[in-house]
Design a protein around this ligand. Structure first.
Ligand code: NA7
Length: 542
């Protein structure tokens, strides 16, 4: 690192690379660029601690939906042998402990600057460097800017009239107070029934005096079947590091299990029901992999959707409540599928009520609570489990300006346009980890993150070896990639879910464009590897 000051200009700290964000991606990217390539690197992190999404998401019930033994780094066998997960699905404090352990083990903390919010980043065409400004007025210059800001980090608080009039307290789950919220004796209203609302509902129902769940779209959910990891499982994990790592890398979603070569339509009704029942008992996101065509064939999917609808009807005792909870307007897993611990069972509790906002929309928030068309629901606390401005929101928040001062926000006004989700024309030397146009949120994130961070490090090593200082995705390659991303999405049922955040549909005014790459992680990895092997085909290097 060096510091320079031109007459009349601010002092800048110079680095080979600045990484924004200290979650899973930022930590690993730092390790690779600093320790494997010997580059000077600074990580800028807005939060007061590392952890990224897990620093912020501390709401009741917050835990990962991927299983702990593969929701972790796989690049170091030693790390995997040293760390012992306690449960099948890690809860948020355990994930933070893990990431802090990683940061200490690899001595990452000295190069991470916390409480440092990036306000703006500009590319300088003369120096081929990025100039990054922070909220406190610091300035950094770096050849490479790597965004490691996560896909789900910009909270979406709905613009409901009257929120300022509310006499109680309100929280968004993605900004849950670190000291926790004492809900004992409180009447709580929870808005939103995505993965977060479905995790939080049973836990809040146990803590609060009364819980009213405000549901806009009924959702499918499959039991998580969380449990402590016993010694036999711990031994299996420790003994199978390489297999788990390899298998996760060669699958569609980055999970270390294969999807059978069996269509839901190729088996008898009884066989199908038995397979779904077994998958329901096993629990977790693997339910989606019961058959090969649940995400691609409507008729096949309908069998899974109907199985879950029947489960909801059998669990929820009050038929009217059950019917409100049964999803009809989209197919299973065409929106991000939640998994749960006693979500539907919670509606059998005396202290829990459900409001179907499709039938009884919110009118406004008033001092006493939430007023729907049918009347006022008195509340002491409102919890917004209303999701995020996904994928593009965190990147726009950086206020990035590329060549000739063009703003990323303007370039992506009609939806994101990237090459491989890694770069955007007009923004040289800017790399995006798990950006739109890459498999990102359709996968087990650490596996996708490792691939991106490794690809970016290899690319920067290539630049060094060639003595090059500027790399930029070409417009032609980007147009082709965008067309391929659309084609991959259209080959699935995913774009059919009109209220999905994959499409940006949850944020008013956001262009409705399917953002992640649905062609599968394994296929995507191969494409990226081929591009690199083919002299970084589709990138202009100078
Ligand atoms: P999601 O999946 O975006 O869910 C948000 C929920 O909030 C969903 O049920 C929305 O209904 C609902 N919502 C959003 N805005 C409103 C308004 N204005 N009024 C009523 N209800 C609303 O976010 P999560 O935090 O649950 O999960 C995000 C990801 O984190 C998850 O998928 C995992 O990858 C981890 P809608 O369905 O839009 O009708």
């Amino acid at each position: 690192m060096s510091v320079s000051q031109n007459a009349g200009a601010k002092a800048s700290s110079h680095f080979d690379a600045v990484i924004v964000g200290a979650g899973f991606s930022g930590l690993y990217q730092l390790h690779l660029l600093r320790d494997k390539l010997g580059r000077s690197v600074r990580v800028l992190e807005a939060a007061g601690g590392i952890g990224g999404t897990w620093y912020w998401n501390r709401y009741p019930g917050a835990r990962c939906d991927s299983e702990s033994h593969y929701y972790c780094y796989s690049f170091s066998r030693e790390l995997q042998q040293e760390w012992r997960w306690s449960e099948r699905y890690p809860e948020h404090p355990e994930i933070r402990r893990y990431l802090n352990y990683v940061a200490e083990r690899f001595n990452l903390l000295p190069d991470i600057q916390l409480n440092t919010k990036v306000m703006r980043a500009d590319f300088n065409d003369e120096s081929n460097r990025w100039v990054i400004q922070t909220e406190s007025g610091e300035q950094f210059e770096a050849t490479y800017l790597v965004t490691a800001v996560g896909c789900l980090s910009t909270a979406n608080v709905p613009n409901i009239a009257g929120l300022d009039d509310f006499g109680g307290d309100w929280y968004h789950t993605g900004h849950w107070p670190h000291e926790g919220v004492n809900l004992a004796g409180k009447r709580v209203g929870l808005v939103g029934t995505g993965s977060t609302g479905i995790q939080a509902t049973p836990v809040i129902a146990e803590q609060a005096e009364h819980l009213t769940v405000f549901q806009r779209t009924a959702n499918y959910s499959v039991p998580a079947r969380n449990r402590p990891l016993d010694d036999a499982m711990q031994a299996w994990i420790a003994g199978n590091h390489d297999e788990i790592r390899l298998q996760a890398r060669r699958t569609t979603n980055g999970h270390p299990f294969d999807i059978p070569e069996l269509s839901a339509l190729d088996v008898s009704d009884a066989e199908r029901a038995a397979l779904y029942e077994a998958a329901w008992e096993r629990g977790g996101l693997r339910f989606r992999a019961t058959f090969k065509d649940l995400i691609t064939n409507r008729e096949a999917n309908e069998t899974a959707s109907e199985f879950i609808r029947d489960k909801i009807r059998s669990i929820v005792k009050d038929p009217a409540t059950a019917e409100k909870l049964v999803p009809h307007d989209h197919l299973y897993a065409t929106k991000r599928p939640p998994i749960d611990t006693n979500y539907f069972e919670t509606f059998n509790r005396d202290n829990v009520a459900l409001v179907d906002l499709k039938a009884d929309p919110i009118d406004r928030i008033v001092k006493e609570g939430i007023r729907t068309q049918a009347g006022t629901h008195p509340l002491d606390v409102i919890v917004f489990a209303t999701g995020f401005d996904a994928l593009t929101g965190p990147l726009f928040g950086l206020n990035v300006h590329g060549s000739d001062g063009v703003a990323l926000k303007d370039v992506w006004a009609d939806g994101p346009r990237t090459y491989l989700g890694l770069q955007t024309p007009g923004f040289p030397n800017l790399f995006t980890i798990t950006g739109p146009g890459s498999p990102s949120v359709l996968t087990n994130m650490p596996v996708a993150i490792e691939q991106h961070a490794e690809w970016i490090a290899d690319c920067i090593a290539h630049m060094r070896d060639k003595g090059a200082s500027r790399i930029e995705a070409t417009r032609e390659a980007t147009e082709k990639w965008v067309a391929h991303v659309n084609e991959a999405a259209e080959a699935t049922l995913l774009p059919m879910a009109s209220s999905s955040w994959y499409l940006g549909a949850n944020v008013p005014g956001k262009p409705k464009v399917f953002m992640p790459y649905a062609g599968g992680l394994a296929h995507y990895r191969q494409i990226c590897a081929d591009v690199a092997a083919n002299h970084y085909d589709g990138f202009a290097i100078s």
